[in-house]
Write a protein that binds this ligand. Structure first.
Ligand code: OOG
Ligand code: NI
Length: 313
């Protein structure tokens, strides 16, 4: 992450934006997400009604086009300026994607506002796509101009920074990359929020039980590689719903259904050196941190046509 020098920042180095403003910004992103994605909204209500008001977000995730100032850095700026730290890079060569996650700064976890989520931002490595796809994407980032500088604003407003997409372009992208097609119509909108299951209080704090609970209530989970995704160390356990879809009016005037966002669940088990800690003493820092390429690769499929078309499991 490149950050500007101390010299050209009135707010000093490291840059710092105020916490109330930052929280309002991410809560606007969340509001847009909840309005557009009825399944995510309903599942949050369902978990709350069963478990109580114990929902904390493990992470927020965004997708971007890695070209012309619209890649990971564009979405990361707000978070880095607030004090988030860039952590590990993840690579997905087959999907032509890379991702970076950001750890939140230490804040008072005990307040009514709760701990801050990790941030997971991915980007399409546009230069590795076919000429035709590169050209299509660049046509849009060109109409966006320096729109990448306003990625967080676009996300909080629920607006694209580029021109309304043509259905023909959407279909062209879809043939090579479902990620690219998704990003064309959803832009910087929150791709998902993730419920931290180990912070729940009832039996659904165990992700297998939560998965069953979600399915019994009629929701479809992403089945790619199995419903539960487990890291090789066994300590990061994740699952997700299949994305909702929504009507989208394309530039030609045609209305077509496109995938929007989904909701994810993550259980982080205690690290081996803390495995005997009593549950009430366990904090986030005692648990498995970070992300896992093998899990993420399958979670990306939550917006895929294969998963959307699948009948309920
Ligand atoms: C992100 C998929 C990966 C995770 O937690 O590993 C992910 C996406 O669908 O954009 O969310
Ligand atoms: Ni995720």
């Amino acid at each position: 992450m490149s950050s500007r020098s101390e010299m050209d920042r009135p707010c000093g180095s490291p840059a710092k934006i105020a916490e109330p403003f930052f929280r309002r910004a991410i809560s606007s992103m969340e509001k847009i997400y909840l309005n557009r994605n009825p399944t995510a909204n309903a599942i949050l209500d369902l978990v709350r009604s069963y478990d109580g008001d114990n929902i904390f977000y493990d992470h927020f995730a965004f997708r971007t086009f890695g070209v012309d100032g619209h890649g990971i850095d564009s979405m990361a700026k707000l978070f880095v300026d607030f004090g988030y730290t860039p952590r590990d890079e993840l690579r997905f060569p087959a999907k032509k994607l890379r991702a970076l996650w950001f750890a939140p700064p230490a804040t008072k976890d005990t307040g009514i506002q709760g701990p801050l989520p990790r941030i997971f931002i991915s980007e399409l490595i546009v230069e590795e796509m076919s000429r035709e796809i590169q050209e299509t994407i660049r046509n849009y980032t060109k109409t966006s101009g320096c729109g990448g500088d306003y990625a967080a604003l676009a996300s909080a407003m629920g607006s694209l920074t580029w021109d309304r997409p043509f259905y023909s372009d959407y279909q062209r992208l879809l043939r090579e990359s479902e990620y690219a097609a998704w990003t064309l119509v959803n832009g910087y909108a929150l791709n998902h929020v993730t419920i931290s299951t180990h912070r729940l209080k009832s039996n659904i704090r165990e992700i297998d039980t939560l998965n069953q609970f979600i399915q019994e209530n009629g929701y479809k989970l992403n089945s790619e590689g199995g419903t539960l995704k487990v890291s090789p160390d066994g300590l990061l356990r994740q699952s997700s719903t299949v994305a909702d879809s929504t009507a989208f009016t394309f530039a030609e005037g045609v209305n077509e259904t496109v995938p929007c966002s989904y909701i994810e669940f993550a259980e982080r088990l205690l690290l081996p050196q803390f495995k005997n800690l009593p549950a009430e003493e366990a904090e986030e820092r005692h648990r498995r941190d970070g992300f896992e390429v093998g899990n993420a690769d399958k979670i990306f499929e939550s917006t895929s046509n294969d998963q959307l078309k699948r009948s309920a499991a």
